[in-house]
Design a protein around this ligand. Sequence first.
Ligand code: SF4
Length: 411
Amino acid sequence: MNVKDSEHIIAELSDEYEITSDKSQADLMIINTCSVREKPVNKLFSEIGVLKKYKKPSAKLGICGCSASYLGQELMKNSAVDFVVGARNVSRIKEAILTNGVFTDIDYDDTTYIFKQYRQNKFKDFVNIMIGCDKECTYCIVPKTRGKELSIPLDIIIKTISDLVDDGVKEVTLLGQNVNNYGRRFSISHPKVNFTKLLQEVSKIDNLERIRFTSPHPLHADDEFLEEFANNPKICKYIHFPLQSGSNKILKLMKRGYTKEWFLDRVAKLRQIKDVTISTDVIVGFPYEEEEDFADTLDVVQKAGFEQMFSFVYSPRPLTKAQEYPLVDKQVAKNRLYRLQELQKEIMLSKTQDQIGKRHKVLFERYHQRKLFGKSDNFYSVEVQSDVDLSGQIADVMIVDARHSTLIGKI
Ligand code: SF4
């Protein structure tokens, strides 16, 4: 979502500014921030220090994104910072620059605002389908930085994607904190449309070849949605399915709303889909996590056999319920993370080797030194030797080898 927010910011400013790689020449500097863990927030302050050295006296420096949302006015105490724009206020970027303003209203609604287009990749793009989040996961700051959940009207989404396709885009990734909760609330009077219906409507767009989405919430992974995912030929067979913990006790403390059994049942249904790949997020060392809770997480990871995992030691975040909970010993948490990642390495290695001999549809995105680089339908990075540049095309590729997580193939 931050990547798309950055692209929206660039697009909105493109009539007045162009991008420079020389910091000392910049008239405007913007740091777009995350706040989901503590580390990116610390990086923000070191980055302000770096940019300060290059900043021309006439230049402006702005802080945007989730950390901007909750630090707000506090950031203006830093003499280098000229304006602040929260994650929910991206459409107000020009106003903030002009007025040296601080816009961090998490109730601000730009669901009907049509952003200008800018994208780094010619053949694919992200498309926001909702903003904010109504969940109350006890470790998560996002509802306090991106506000309440609002869905973007269907006709705006369809028009945005149709315009992208007319401009050569083959693949879109639908974005939201809980995409499969789409349609729960619109800011304007709007016919009832759920995520399954949205997928059906998007897939009717001529010349759009591939649809991805991120992230779905396991709680809302009902049969209707999973069947659409399985049977709609335009939907890529890769899903990010955030587990967070395998222990029912910890899932309850996290307020995730599902159990280990529900999660595994959904994964079993997903595994019936040919060549599907599943990635996940896991938080290790959440407050009150004991060895038997961690054993449950290892058990789910083993049974689910995720193709990819993003795993971290829990870090308490401001404005969250869990920040009041007692911390697990740091060394114990680190040791658990190590054990989890060792298990995942083994799983990933065998999963990647299993791809050898399979045939995948690959969208090529780049041609360099007589090699094509792209992504398979199920989200593996694929490399192919070729005398011709087939960037922007989808081809059938036979996988002949695997290096780390990259597959080597032949057309
Ligand atoms: S679903 Fe939970 S983890 Fe995801 S953004 Fe919302 S509160 Fe955060």
